[in-house]
Design a protein around this ligand. Structure first.
Ligand code: ADP
Ligand code: MG
Length: 272
C-alpha cells in the first residue's frame, strides 16, 4: 500500500497544481489515533486558497476525522493523539502556543444534518456576530444578519420570517441558515461535512450553487459521498481509503484519468 514515490509527491503538495496559488492549509505527515486505533496515516495534502477541495472515499476512511483536525474540533474527544502538522497560512495549528478557540474563529462549519440553534432565524445569525463583537450598533448587526442571509441565498425567503424559529424552516432552508451563521463571523475557511446528505435534490442543487460561489471569498473543504457533486462544485479532489490519502488532483483530471487503481475502482462504482 505504501508507495514511497507517491508519498514523496504528496509531501510537497502535488505536482499538478498551477504555481502561484496560496496554500491556505498544508497538512504534513499527519497521523491521528482514537485511543489505540489509527484513523489517519501519514497524510500530506495542500488546500489552496479560493478553491473548493472535495474529500471523497468510502465510509470510515477518515474524511470527517481529517476535516475535524483542521480546526482542532477533535480536541474535544478524549483519548485522541495527533502527530504531524497542519499549517494554516504557515502556522502550525497544533503548536503549543495556539489557542484552539481563537483558531476555530477562522473556520466556519456546516454539519451533515442542519443544526440551527433552537432560536429565531435572526438570532441564529446574530449570535456569532454578538459573541465576536463584530458590530457596534443594532443597525449594523441587522445589516450583517441581512448580508449573511443574502450571501446564503436565504434572505428573500425569510425576510418576513426573521422572528420564526430556525427549526421551522424546511431542511434546505435550515442548511442555508447554518451557512449564513457560518458566514456571519467572516471565517477564512469553510468546512462542510456532507452538507447536502439530508436534502432533497432541489435543495441540494440550490446549496451546490451557493457553494460554488463561496470560493470567491473563502477557502472551502467539502466532504461528499456524491461524486457528481464533487465534480460539480470542486476544483480539486482528494481520495482517501483506510486512513490514507490515495490520490489528489484537479477534480476533472482525477475523474477522467485516475492514476491509482483504487481511485479508479471507487469512481467507477466498484466499491464504496
Ligand atoms: N469518536 C470516535 N472514536 C473512535 N473512533 C472513531 C471516532 N470517530 C470516528 N472513528 C473511527 O475512525 C475511522 C474514520 O472515521 P471517519 O473520520 O468518521 O470516516 P468518514 O468520515 O470517512 O466516514 C472509522 O474507523 C471510525 O469508526
Ligand atoms: Mg464522515
Amino acid at each position: 500500500m505504501t508507495d514511497p514515490a507517491l508519498d514523496e509527491r504528496f509531501r510537497f503538495g502535488d505536482a499538478h497544481h498551477n504555481d502561484g496559488v496560496h496554500t491556505k492549509i498544508a497538512i504534513r505527515r499527519l497521523n491521528f489515533w482514537y485511543g489505540e486505533t489509527q484513523a489517519l496515516r501519514d497524510i500530506n495534502l495542500n488546500i489552496y486558497e479560493h478553491e473548493i477541495t472535495a474529500f471523497i472515499g468510502p465510509s470510515g476512511c477518515g474524511k470527517t476525522t481529517l476535516l475535524r483536525c483542521l480546526n482542532r474540533m477533535n480536541d474535544v474527544i478524549s483519548d485522541i493523539h495527533v502527530e504531524g502538522e497542519v499549517l494554516l497560512d504557515g502556522q502550525d495549528v497544533y503548536a503549543p502556543g495556539t489557542d484552539p478557540v481563537v483558531l476555530r474563529q477562522r473556520f466556519g462549519w456546516v454539519a451533515q444534518k442542519p443544526n440551527p440553534f433552537p432560536w429565531s432565524v435572526y438570532e441564529n445569525v446574530a449570535y456569532g456576530i454578538r459573541i465576536h463583537g463584530l458590530t457596534n450598533t443594532r443597525e449594523e448587526q441587522d445589516e450583517l444578519v441581512k448580508v449573511s442571509l443574502e450571501r446564503a441565498g436565504l434572505w428573500d425567503e425569510v425576510k418576513d420570517r426573521l422572528r420564526d424559529a430556525g427549526t421551522d424552516l424546511s431542511g434546505g432552508q435550515q442548511q442555508r441558515l447554518c451557512l449564513a451563521r457560518a458566514i456571519a463571523t467572516s471565517p477564512e475557511v469553510i468546512l462542510m461535512d456532507e452538507p447536502a446528505s439530508a436534502l432533497d435534490p432541489l435543495a441540494t442543487a440550490r446549496l451546490e450553487e451557493l457553494i460554488e460561489d463561496l470560493r470567491k471569498d473563502y477557502t472551502v473543504v467539502i466532504i461528499t459521498h456524491n461524486l457528481q457533486q464533487a465534480a460539480r462544485v470542486s476544483q480539486r479532489a482528494a481520495f482517501f481509503h483506510l486512513g490514507r490519502l490515495i490520490e489528489v488532483n484537479d477534480t476533472e483530471e482525477m475523474f477522467m484519468r485516475p492514476e491509482n487503481q483504487m481511485t479508479q475502482d471507487y469512481i467507477t462504482g466498484r466499491f464504496g
